[in-house]
Write a protein that binds this ligand. Structure first.
Ligand SMILES: CC(C)(COP(=O)(O)OP(=O)(O)OC[C@H]1O[C@@H](n2cnc3c(N)ncnc32)[C@H](O)[C@@H]1OP(=O)(O)O)[C@@H](O)C(=O)NCCC(=O)NCCS
Length: 159
């Protein structure tokens, strides 16, 4: 389903903290700690993106830059308005900014049981690169998923 929702993506500010935490606690089964968000908002607010309708936060994405590429740490969309293109718009912002970071790859870990998120990432062009047993605790494996602009280009060029 795809309902038309007006929103824009912008960098987060400290004032968005409560709304981000609320979505984080509601939709992520491994939510992050408030202290972590405090630190990242203070030290690298450009690595926290929010989707907002007027000033209401509808979703967020956090990432870091590593040697091998950009790594998405967390993302979540308000459960009331999932499947309306907000997650896709947040991801697109990160993909579009890859050249600014001098990277051509995005990686992330996702619970192997989170089939909805895996479908979402696959729809965006991510592919599973490895399965890591016990990543989220005993008996809770993760997939390492990877998006690569080179592979995407080859796919688009049919090579
Ligand atoms: C995963 C998540 C971020 C996706 O955000 P979203 O705004 O709901 O996703 P979008 O509307 O942008 O979806 C884009 C496409 O991804 C795919 N997709 C998204 N959710 C899906 C689902 N539940 N099942 C199957 N495919 C899905 C579809 O192809 C969709 O396009 P379509 O709606 O036109 O068919 C969101 O559902 C969420 O917050 N989930 C809970 C938290 C979570 O799992 N975070 C990721 C942890 S790694």
């Amino acid at each position: 389903m795809n309902t038309l929702i007006r929103f824009r993506i912008r960098k987060a500010a400290m004032a968005d903290k409560a709304a981000i935490l609320k979505i984080n606690n509601a939709v992520l089964d491994c939510p992050f700690e408030e202290d972590w968000l405090d630190r990242i908002l203070a030290e690298s607010p450009d690595k926290v993106l929010v989707a907002v309708r007027e000033e209401t936060v509808l979703g967020f994405l956090t990432f870091i830059c590593r040697e091998e590429g950009v790594y998405i740490t967390y993302m979540g969309v308000d459960s009331e308005i999932q499947r309306c293109g907000i997650g896709k718009a947040l991801l697109k912002k990160v993909i579009d900014a890859l050249p600014d970071h001098g990277k051509n790859q995005i990686r992330l870990h996702v619970k192997a049981s989170n089939l909805a998120a895996i479908s979402f990432y696959e729809a965006a062009g991510f592919r599973p690169a490895a399965q890591i047993n016990n990543y989220y605790g005993k008996g809770k494996p993760a997939f390492l998923m990877r998006f690569d602009t080179h592979s995407l280009q080859s796919l688009l060029n049919g090579s």
